[in-house]
Design a protein around this ligand. Structure first.
Ligand SMILES: [Zn+2]
Ligand SMILES: [Zn+2]
Length: 274
């Protein structure tokens, strides 16, 4: 059963330096598709390069809340760039009040609103990043009508109440390697509550490597550890998590067409990482 990594940054070092091997290991571990997520508008070139090399990779356009930048033409730029082949979503966008070295909250909120407006314009889903900004994130999603396009709360670390609110807004919830961390019991409790048809899994590689790779550079092949952890938490076989999250991925990112199987897609038991 194929796994899908719904959020990674293959165009970042050190993944990009070793991209052929990274993608080969992903395929060997049963990862059939990956979504390579933008954090700035200039990411479009490198992401397109990766997509051209491998039809199992899709892309997004967006500006991370911690990326400084002008908002003047952002809406137009997002609409224009999201028309490129293989671009299936807008983001990652949202609010991150944890580190406010770059743009202030006003600019983050303006950029977030522009992403939602652009997503509605082009009818593509949103990839949302939120950190220490739960109330403002919910308010802006509501005010801008984000539920019309939906999307995903990526790398979810919020409460059960927040999960219920975003589920009501037509969003999916994606869990990363954080769910495998020893101190993440509260998050595992939330993961038990999310309906199976709204679950996604991700690595956020090269960041946040799951246990047992914690502290090292992350890569899409490790998404199997996220699937295994979710399976343990929910008391179901990992194949069921893989199947549900892959199905959900293509339901949400409707412009993402599954590539013809070019690699063995069996869900690896993953002896090298066990
Ligand atoms: Zn993020
Ligand atoms: Zn990310």
């Amino acid at each position: 059963m194929p796994l899908v990594d719904s959020h990674c940054h293959l165009h970042f070092a050190p993944l990009l330096d070793d991209i052929e091997a990274v993608l080969r290991r992903a395929h060997e571990h049963g990862v059939s598709h990956m979504l390579c997520v933008s954090v700035s508008l200039s990411d479009i070139g490198p992401i397109q390069d990766v997509m051209r090399r491998n039809p199992s990779v899709f892309g997004s356009v967006g500006v991370h809340p911690n990326e400084a930048g002008s908002t003047d033409s952002l809406f137009d730029d997002l609409v224009r760039l999201s028309a490129h082949d293989g671009i299936v979503a807008l983001g990652e966008t949202g609010l991150d009040y944890y580190r406010l070295e770059g743009p202030d909250t006003t600019r983050q909120q303006q950029q977030f609103r522009q992403h939602i407006a652009a997503a509605r314009q082009v009818a593509k889903p949103l990839i949302i990043h939120t950190r220490e900004a739960a109330a403002d994130t919910l308010r802006i999603l509501r005010e801008e009508g984000a539920s019309d396009v939906g999307g995903v709360l990526h790398c979810f670390t919020e409460s059960a109440d927040f999960a219920r609110e975003v589920l009501d807004l037509n969003f999916f919830i994606s869990f990363s390697g954080i769910i495998t961390f020893k101190n993440a019991q509260a998050l595992r409790d939330v993961a038990r509550l999310v309906p199976e048809d709204r679950l996604l899994i991700e690595t956020d590689a090269p960041y946040l490597a799951p246990v047992p790779h914690r502290g090292r550079s992350n890569e899409p092949s490790y998404v199997s550890h996220v699937a295994q952890c979710l399976a343990d938490v929910r008391g179901v076989p990992p194949e069921r998590i893989a199947e549900a999250t892959a199905r959900n991925f293509f339901r949400l990112f409707k412009d993402a067409a599954p590539a013809e199987a070019s690699a063995p897609l069996a869900m690896a038991a993953d002896p090298r990482h066990a």
